[in-house]
Design a protein around this ligand. Structure first.
Ligand SMILES: Nc1ncnc2c1ncn2[C@@H]1O[C@H](COP(=O)(O)OP(=O)(O)OP(=O)(O)O)[C@@H](O)[C@H]1O
Length: 248
């Protein structure tokens, strides 16, 4: 069964249209969402969570309509989108106490484990955390209510290489039992070489390709030069795809 199924997701902004995005994420897999700046990655993630209202499209989570089962679905997803500025002056302990009231399956032991793993001091205030520590804190919250689907907007972008590698390792561990799935957007294509099973590529609001990683790379073989024998890296695929449009 798919953890997530997105059909014809469309959102119009003045000067930008997210145009009928369709993809699905099977259980137990990590999907990377890629695209250049302004391609529509964040809009896709926010629209599928109904944080911005899509103009059309259907979203199913765990086989059920997200809109018709929003509260239930939300218990089963962990989301890291943008900042937590709202709570800037508060201590982590306080933010956690507010957050955990929303989740029936809150796991205090898991939360303590992630605080330790991410070396987070619960007495610190949100405003005193570095960018990377904020991401880690938001992830700790997302991971502590037994979420079956994690939706993460650029979770690795503020992290140092070691923390990034740790996090990617953690992603692989989280999906290993086949119960959890992860959808995350990133600009760091090497993260996806390491950790993604599937890749979804959006360009100018349109879906270019969504496929299992090796099939995805094969699909872009037409971008190879005659002397290139092996498949292109994800970075080369992006660079050549985005550059081609400047050339014409
Ligand atoms: N609330 C909004 N009102 C109007 N336009 C918006 C709004 N939010 C996003 N957009 C526009 O939608 C387009 C896609 O933005 P989005 O943030 O989804 O891109 P992205 O792929 O996440 O980019 P980045 O990699 O730079 O974060 C951009 O042109 C942006 O200006």
């Amino acid at each position: 069964m798919n953890a997530l199924s997105v059909q014809g997701l469309t959102k119009h902004y003045p000067g930008f249209t997210l145009d009928s995005i369709t993809f699905s994420l099977p259980r137990g897999r990590v999907m990377g969402l890629i695209g250049s700046n302004g391609a529509g990655k964040t809009t896709t993630l926010k629209s599928l969570l109904n944080l911005v209202h899509p103009d059309s499209g259907t979203i199913e989570m765990f086989g059920k309509s997200f809109l018709e089962n929003e509260e239930n679905c939300k218990q089963n997803i962990g989301v890291v989108l943008g900042e937590i500025d709202f709570y800037d002056q508060k201590k982590l302990d306080t933010v956690t106490a507010v957050t955990k009231r929303f989740y029936s399956k809150w796991d205090e032991k898991a939360y303590e484990k992630y605080l330790e793993m991410f070396e987070l001091d619960p007495q610190k205030r949100v405003k005193d955390l570095s960018t990377g520590m904020r991401v880690k804190y938001m992830l700790a919250l997302a991971l502590s209510h037994n979420a079956k689907l994690l939706i993460l907007d650029e979770p690795t972008s503020g992290l140092d290489p070691v923390s990034r590698d740790d996090l990617l390792g953690l992603f692989r561990k989280l999906v290993k039992d086949g119960e959890r799935s992860i959808l995350f957007s990133t600009h760091i294509t090497s993260d996806l070489e390491k950790c993604a099973d599937d890749i979804t590529y959006i360009k100018g609001g349109k879906l270019l390709k969504s496929a299992e990683k090796s099939a995805f790379i094969k699909h872009f073989d037409y971008l190879k030069k005659p002397d290139e024998k092996t498949g292109l890296s994800l970075e080369e695929i992006m660079i050549r795809t985005e550059r081609r449009s400047y050339d014409v």
